[in-house]
Ligand binder design. Sequence first.
Ligand SMILES: Nc1ncnc2c1ncn2[C@@H]1O[C@H](COP(=O)(O)OP(=O)(O)OP(=O)(O)O)[C@@H](O)[C@H]1O
Ligand SMILES: Cc1ncsc1CCO
Ligand SMILES: [Mg+2]
Length: 298
Amino acid sequence: MSDDSHVHCGTSTHQANDLASLREAIAQAVRDVKDKTPLAQSFTNFVTINLVANAQLAAGGTAAMSFLPDDVIETAKIAGANYINVGTLLPFYKDALPTIAQRLNYLGKPWVLDPVAAGIGKTRTVILQSFKAAPPTVIRANASEVIALANMWGLLDADNASRPAGVESVDEVDAAVEPAKLLAQFLAQSAPNHQAAVAVSGKVDLVTDGEHVYRLPGGSALMAKITGAGCSLGGVTATYLAVAEPLIAALAASLLYDRAAEVAGADAKGPGSFQVAFLDALWNVTAEQVAGSEILMQ
Ligand SMILES: Nc1ncnc2c1ncn2[C@@H]1O[C@H](COP(=O)(O)OP(=O)(O)OP(=O)(O)O)[C@@H](O)[C@H]1O
Ligand SMILES: Cc1ncsc1CCO
Ligand SMILES: [Mg+2]
């Protein structure tokens, strides 16, 4: 864990020390999930709900999926963290989701948001706009969604105007650096202990707490050929958020995904066998492998 040979970008000694303690905390989070099997509750889309639950179990946690406000709030009282994903919408979500977000925040319950397809449709926009007043602890999204959400919350100037992109990203992760930092700073203002994080997925993942930016290379291109890679990453981020602070949870989940995708990609014959191998790898990748990953700090 003290091996920081993967540090790049002219890293100072101070940063190297930070990175060493970050690696310790990441390893601890991975071990804590395996030891404590924390519950993370999800309000998530119908397309990928099964992969979300299976990925949370494979990482070592437990899953519960709920949709009605009373059910979500009661379950939140026993869950370590929560996850909201707006990929598929039903009419009642327009009232249910703002209510749920407000209650989670009032109760001080940490939660992860995946703003799937941000920018598409009035209903989704109303729901995502409502979260500005009751923000999540962590946002996990692709680059287009991060840009669209930052724009929707009025955090961007005209130069950074976004376009909606469906459920797949049309933007590169690098285009989302500033929007991600601005979102993380905004989340931190209202978060317990002022701690929050934004994770942007793509070829090279990016995680920021609003101050530092961490780039996480690796993974497999086959991740983009199974549906729910991003959704389940949000779910597993919530699993880690049950035992760790936001930045550590976002880093641990994204790094676990990269390492597991590499293992799965090594002998998969295509997307089907890749998904099966990926779940096995989520289970088998060790805390040391996750924490020893390449992390480019800025
Ligand atoms: N080209 C790529 N190379 C390596 N890993 C990738 C690539 N594209 C995506 N990934 C990985 O796939 C996972 C999901 O990221 P992605 O950006 O596809 O999310 P998403 O668009 O929200 O996905 P979905 O909505 O289908 O769940 C992340 O772990 C990310 O690292
Ligand atoms: C394909 C799809 N459509 C709505 S949600 C979803 C899962 C990927 O975000
Ligand atoms: Mg997605």
